[in-house]
Design a protein around this ligand. Structure first.
Ligand code: 5AD
Ligand code: SF4
Length: 422
């Protein structure tokens, strides 16, 4: 039997797509190799949001090609670079064309690119491999926002929403398999819209119909996060209060250059509103330094927002020019020096971490129900899991993935709360 291996770069959307690709190939009688070295076919699901993961995927493709594998490139870089990647692979398959992969593998179709962005994805979730605690269901795909730094609208195409019936049936399927935690996925979940049903309506429906104990959603656009959504989460049964709200920059002027459509003050009041409605809510974010028009003063605005909002977690990046985004076209060569970017990033990380620590200290002495995700990197005798509001906690003791454990936070190590079962 033909052995394949899928290597995934980038975000949760790619993780989800890789599961669907795996499912298609298994349905067609192929088997998953335990190691890509022993596979005949290697599929690389690529990410193009920044330069580093993109380069890494291309290097990996070259490596496996040299070793005589049948190499397929799919995902965002495949979509964006298209035919030119045929130099390092046998076939290039765009983000909405992966249902063609079994055919390409079976017929060993080489030197071809399949890049039709108008196609609607097939969601062959029945029978796919499932994890108890790290499951995803795509509700919306594509992005029409065109933030000026971002390549996603070019790699994932125009926005479309999946029907509520389809979403519910995939959720019911996961519920029947005993899944404990699901994240609803989309590039911009707040813009979900299907025949008169908006995102808050969809959330209410899911909350009424589905009994998976913990349901989250990501990613939200701060501009589109409505009070209706926040109040739906507040009154919910299974929807849990974690909000991922990418700030990107704290400077209103830079936000304008980024085409984000909110101001510094609007972002701060949104977070204040969430915390006043749902005090236990956690708020996490993505922040970028070194956008071409960012001055030292703009950067200090970002620091100011971090100090005011006090995020529960943050992913932080240095701006990476992405072709053909608007900022790439406009500013091409103009980027902040590497040393200055690094300096800003280091400063940002230290202020973010100081505030995370402050938030974590507020957990000391309090009790939380933790959903166990597995063993902790701390080693034997420790497990790791998550609170309802999605904060990672290390628990003393060995517990099974998917178990709920009531713990009291007794210590903070680095930024990680340590819990003692009660
Ligand atoms: N450079 C650096 N970071 C970027 N992101 C998106 N595009 C870029 C880019 N060109 C970051 C944003 C986004 C996260 C997924 O990746 O912060 O929220
Ligand atoms: Fe990119 Fe902006 Fe769309 Fe997010 S909302 S995927 S940052 S264009």
């Amino acid at each position: 039997m033909l052995k394949f291996s899928i290597i995934t770069f980038g975000c949760q959307m790619n993780e989800y797509d890789s599961k669907l690709i795996e499912n298609l190939l298994i349905h067609d009688g192929m088997v998953k190799a335990s190691d890509p070295e022993t596979a005949e076919v290697v599929i690389l699901n690529t990410c193009s949001v920044r330069e580093k993961p993109e380069k890494k995927a291309i290097e990996t493709a070259k490596y496996f090609k040299k070793r005589g594998k049948f190499v397929i490139l799919t995902g965002c870089t495949a979509q964006q670079k298209g035919e030119e990647l045929l130099e390092v692979s046998d076939a290039v398959v765009g983000t909405r064309n992966f249902s063609l992969i079994p055919e390409i593998v079976k017929k060993k179709i080489t030197n071809s690119a399949f890049l039709d962005l108008k196609k609607v994805c097939t969601f062959n979730y029945l029978g796919r491999s499932i994890s108890k605690v790290l499951e995803y269901v795509v509700i919306q795909e594509g992005c029409d926002n065109f933030c000026t730094y971002c390549v996603v609208p070019y790699t994932r195409g125009r926005e479309y929403s999946r029907s509520p019936e389809e979403i519910l049936s995939e959720l019911r399927y996961l519920e029947d398999q005993g899944v404990r935690e699901v994240t609803l996925l989309g590039q911009n979940v707040n813009s979900y819209f299907y025949k008169g049903m908006d995102f808050a309506d969809l959330l209410s429906l899911i909350d009424a119909e589905i009994n998976i104990p913990r349901i989250y959603f990501t990613t939200s656009h701060p501009r589109d996060m409505s009070k209706k959504v926040i109040r739906t989460v507040k009154g919910a049964r299974v929807l849990k209060p974690w909000f991922h709200l990418p700030l990107q920059s704290g400077s209103t002027r830079v936000l304008k250059d980024m085409n984000r459509n909110y101001t510094k003050e609007e972002f701060i009041s949104l977070c204040e509103y969430i915390r006043s409605e749902i005090p236990e809510a956690s708020i996490t974010t993505d922040i970028m330094v070194g956008f071409p028009t960012e001055t030292e003063e703009d950067f200090l605005d970002t620091i100011d927002v971090v100090e005011k909002v006090k995020f529960d977690n943050a992913f932080m990046f240095i701006y990476s020019p992405r072709n053909p985004s608007a900022a790439y076209v406009k500013f091409k060569g103009k980027i902040l020096s590497e040393s200055e970017s690094n300096k800003r990033l280091r400063k940002l990380i230290s202020v973010v971490n100081k505030n995370i620590l402050e938030r974590r200290k507020g957990m000391l002495g309090r009790e939380y129900t933790v959903l166990v995700h597995g063993t902790s990197r701390k080693g034997r005798g420790f497990s790791k899991g998550k609170t309802e509001n999605n904060i990672t906690v290390v628990i003393r003791g060995t517990f099974l993935e998917g178990e709920f454990v009531k713990v009291k936070i007794v210590n903070i190590k680095g930024l990680t709360p340590i819990g003692e079962p009660v």
